[in-house]
Write a protein that binds this ligand. Structure first.
Ligand SMILES: [Zn+2]
Length: 265
């Protein structure tokens, strides 16, 4: 599932391929992907308009239009973007395609239709209305702000990290890596973490996500001391060499090292 590092990669891709090109027309393959507007409304919004800038917040990607407002994309469980020239290069599951004047196309892909494409006049309002917390890599977001947002919260630390209203961008995959890097068991109740552990968790979150962004979300390009490349690989902990374990936390499949990440209590 595309999380912050993947969406940061999509943002770079969008910015490097599709800026300042006028849209000739838009096609919508399946209108269940649209939120709050019809295919013809989307088409009118985009006609003779170009994408001027990009912005990411959590797992959402905003494309600022030369006309009114911003196109908003969320990639659901599996999805992405593809820029291509010839119609036979059109990817499968392309739900929305922008056809540019100069002959290229940009496809928004969502395999299982769990993503969404919408339009907003105001990204700040969109972030507020969707109850999104600060982006996990926001420069203005710091240890005290993170600590404050965790105050009064309960339940497994992994579930809280994945709570988009607390901090936006982290999903099931990267939560495991963050918790592994700071050696916290994913089921640890968040109310039992010390101030020091919370500060350490914040630092791990930033370090891990920054590295993820650097690698475009590609797990096999991560350093060997990361957990993610070992899950489906040798199944061994890169810290102690023991066997990794798979469990369920908050209903989600979770990888961890039972030796390095001690069970709470
Ligand atoms: Zn270990």
């Amino acid at each position: 599932m595309p999380e912050l590092p993947d969406v940061a990669g999509f943002e770079r891709y969008l910015a490097s391929t599709s800026l300042h090109q006028s849209v000739r027309r838009t096609s919508v393959d399946d209108d269940r992907i649209l939120r709050g507007l019809s295919p013809s409304q989307l088409g009118r919004r985009l006609k003779h308009v170009s994408i001027e800038a990009t912005r990411r917040h959590g797992k959402f990607l905003f494309a600022r239009l030369s006309g009114d407002g911003h196109l908003v994309m969320h990639f659901g469980m599996t999805g992405g973007l593809k820029y291509y020239r010839r119609e036979d290069q059109r990817p499968r599951h392309a739900r929305v395609v922008l056809h540019f004047e100069r002959g290229y196309h940009l496809a928004y892909i969502s395999q299982r239709l769990l993503g969404q494409v919408s339009h907003t006049e105001d990204p700040e309002g969109f972030i507020h209305d969707n109850d999104l917390g600060p982006d996990a890599l926001d420069e203005g977001f710091d240890r005290p702000a993170f600590t404050q947002r965790l105050q009064g919260r309960r339940g497994p630390v992994k579930s809280r990290l994945m709570d988009q209203s607390l901090v936006a961008g982290i999903g099931n995959i990267w939560a495991d890596e963050i918790l592994f890097q700071c050696r916290i068991h994913p089921a640890t109740p968040v109310e039992e973490l010390s101030q020091g552990e919370i500060a350490g968790l914040f630092d791990c979150m930033r370090r891990v996500l920054r590295r993820g962004v650097e690698k475009g979300g590609e797990m096999d390009r991560l350093p060997p001391r990361f957990l993610l490349p070992h899950r489906e690989g040798d199944g061994r902990c890169p810290g102690c060499g023991g066997d990794l374990e798979r469990t369920t936390v908050g209903g989600r499949g979770t990888w961890f090292c039972p030796a390095c990440q001690k069970e709470p209590g």
